[in-house]
Each structure stands twice: as C-alpha cells, then as structure tokens.
Ligand binder design. Structure first.
Ligand SMILES: [Zn+2]
Length: 398
C-alpha cells in the first residue's frame, strides 16, 4: 500500500503548480508538508520543520510513511490551491523571495513564517501587516563608520516626514543623522558579508568635503537586529514608506524594484588601476542595474569609486586583457566611454559569472530616459554631475 502511495504521490508532481516548490519555486520538489498539502524543496522543508508540527508536518515523498488520508489531502490541496489561500493578499512591500537572487536565509524563513505560521497574507488578515504603515521606531545595532564596532542606536522611520533618523538614545531629540527615504536603497545582507545574522545595508547619497572639494557618493550604513522578524519588519516598513512618499503606482510592474534595488552581484574580485605599472588589488565589487562600485573592504561606508553603466555605445564587457598583465589568468575588461576597467577572476566559472553580471547591468537604458532613474541611489549619485537626483523631482512619478 505504502509503495503504491509513493508512486501516486510522485504522479501528483505532474499537476500544474506541483512541479516546483510551493515557497521558493525551485524545480522538482521531493518533500511535502502533509498537514498543509504542499510540495516543497529540501531547503524550504527544513524551515517548515523548524515551525513545529502544530504548523506544518513535514515528510519525504520517497522515504516516509504516508497514509491514505495524507495522500488525499495532498491530492485535494496541492501548491496552486494552497498558494491561492496562503498568499491571497501579499502587500507590495513584501518582495517575494527568490533563492537565485539576493535572498539571505533569514528572509526566506520570515516569508514562510508570515505565510503559514502567522497567516499574514490570508484573506481578512491585512491588519497584521503593520509594516505597511511605513513608520516604525526601535533600537538597531549599527556599525561605526570607521572601524568594526557595532553600537546600539535608536532608529525612527516616519512616513509623515519621509525620513529615517537615528539617535544616540531614545530620549534624544536631535538625530545623529537624518536620511531622506525618497533616495534611499536597502539591501538585506548575508552573514557572509556582515558576519552578523539579520543584517541590512541602508544606502543613501552623501556629500562630504575632501581636499576642499565637495564630493558626492553613496554612503552605506550597516545595521542588524536581534531577530529575523525585526530586521525584515524594518526592511518592509522602509519599502512601504518609499511607496507612500514617492506616491508610486502599486500596479506598475516595476514598483517592487523601485522600492529597493537588489544588487546583481557583489563580492571580492581583483581589479587593476589605469596606470602602466598598476598591480591587481582585491576589491569588494557591487553591481546593480545601471552601475557598479568598488570598495577597499566589504563593509566600507563609502566606495572608492562609482561608475554608471548603460546600453549606450561605448559600454561593453570583453574577455582578455589590455596587455599590461600578460601572465594574469582569467582577465576581463569592462569598457565605458571614459575608462577601461581591468578585472581578474579566480577561475573560469568565476569570470563568467562576473562578466554576465556586468552585462546584465549594461543592458539597461541610460538613467535619464527610463524608469530605472529612481531605482538606484548608487546610479543617481554617480551621475549627479549630469542629472539631478530624480527622486526629489515629483514630476518623475508620471
Ligand atoms: Zn523551496
């Protein structure tokens, strides 16, 4: 009976919706929640297991014992029906997690908890979505601008004033810094980047004086919270505040990307300077639609340089070298009309990944003429000399 049921369970995978994981859409799920009636991948089933049996009973399709009743629930529910129920009302501020694209484990976990444990997206439960207000305050640990120490700071997000401020202490009235949410970007961070769980990078334009000149660049502020829910609530609240303050149209298919822009890729890569005898030096590279930046270290407050990328003539990526480092393997060039950048990857596949990421960033139209113009703080600031920051221009909404 049991082996017969196993065969029937695998037959259910042929039905539309069941061919991919109910939560992350990875292909060929081999696990299931026998109480929720959904088919799952090996990663998501691990998260379901951590929710506890009162929320989800997890089983392997092939290895566990199935009863006829359990099979019948899988047959009558399945991924499509379950998702209609559990994700009926997902607010715009929730970016659906995609394991192929900047999705730290804690974000996937919070998505699954919100979906099945708290049932936040079920019909009638929208009052639970308090992050949709776009205002929030509380303590977060913040990394110092210089150095590696993290200190508690009191953060206050206000949709009324369109600002995110942080204070030395809750009672203080004057913030250490006040950021405009209109030209802010936020990125959830992996533990690999910040060495902290539940961390986030807030990126905002900054002007500072350097050798008597005003220099404009992006400023990264790193924070972490004690729980995954807390940092995800901050992330969703900031996205909600931007939705309201920028008066974006929720039905615009680009709106999710405008609320916050994930990086196409980031990591260490060797880069060499433009001079004849410049050597290759390890840099932390971040690539996003329309720009890339490089930093001396992965959690620096400001990049060494930010470079705009777009689909205009003169921007391209090519394998090989400009001849200065004939013995260096896996070299490639990123060309812009102003400068050619030399990079050296660690192996063939690393090189292909980086080249594809740069190509992805280049394929977009120039910032001035398309809807990407408000997406990226990095892009906006790197082009400040040519255009005003479009996020401060209300007519840019239309
Ligand atoms: Zn999954």
């Amino acid at each position: 009976m049991s082996s017969n049921l196993t065969g029937q369970l695998f037959d259910l995978l042929q039905l539309p919706g069941n061919e991919k994981c109910a939560d992350c859409e990875s292909p060929n799920p081999e696990w299931a929640s026998s109480s929720l009636g959904v088919f799952l991948c090996v990663n998501c089933v691990g998260i379901h297991r951590s929710l506890g049996v009162q929320c989800s009973i997890t089983k392997s399709l092939a290895l566990d014992r199935w009863t006829t009743e359990m099979y019948q629930l899988m047959e009558s529910t399945g991924n499509t029906k379950a998702n209609e129920k559990y994700t009926k009302n997902v607010p715009i501020c929730w970016r659906k997690p995609d394991p192929n694209y900047n999705c730290p484990d804690f974000y996937m976990e919070e998505w699954i908890r919100a979906k099945y444990d708290r049932k936040e997206f079920m019909e009638g439960n929208s009052s639970m979505q308090i992050y949709c207000h776009g205002s929030k305050d509380g303590e977060l640990m913040k990394k110092e601008r210089q150095g590696n120490k993290w200190k508690p700071r009191y953060f206050r997000l206000s949709v009324e004033t369109g600002s995110l401020s942080y204070f030395d202490k809750k009672e203080e009235l004057t913030p250490i810094k006040r950021l405009d949410v209109r030209n802010m970007n936020i990125v959830l961070c992996s533990q690999e980047k910040t060495e902290k769980q539940n961390s986030m990078e807030i990126i905002a334009p900054e002007e500072r004086e350097k050798r008597g000149k005003i220099k404009k660049s992006s400023r990264s502020i790193f924070v972490y919270a004690s729980t995954a829910k807390e940092i995800v609530d901050w992330y969703l609240s900031i996205r909600s505040a931007r939705l309201k303050v920028l008066e974006l149209n929720p039905s615009d298919p680009m709106v999710g990307m405008i609320l916050s822009t994930d990086r196409i890729k980031e990591g260490f890569l060797k880069k060499s300077g433009p001079k004849e005898n410049d050597r290759y030096i390890q840099r932390w590279i971040t690539i996003e639609p329309n720009s890339f930046a490089y930093y001396e270290n992965k959690m620096d407050a400001v990049p060494k340089n930010e470079v705009a990328l777009n689909s205009s003539p003169g921007y391209f990526v090519s394998e090989g070298t400009d001849g200065k480092h004939p013995d260096e393997p896996y070299q490639f060039l990123v060309s812009t009309p102003d400068r050619v950048f030399n990079f050296s990857a660690s192996d063939e596949s690393d090189m292909k990944h980086w080249m594809n990421a740069f190509k992805e960033a280049i394929k977009n139209e120039p910032l001035e003429s398309n809807q990407f113009k408000r997406i990226s703080v990095l892009s906006a600031t790197s082009q400040l000399s040519q255009i005003s920051v479009s996020s401060s221009d209300p007519s840019a909404n239309s």
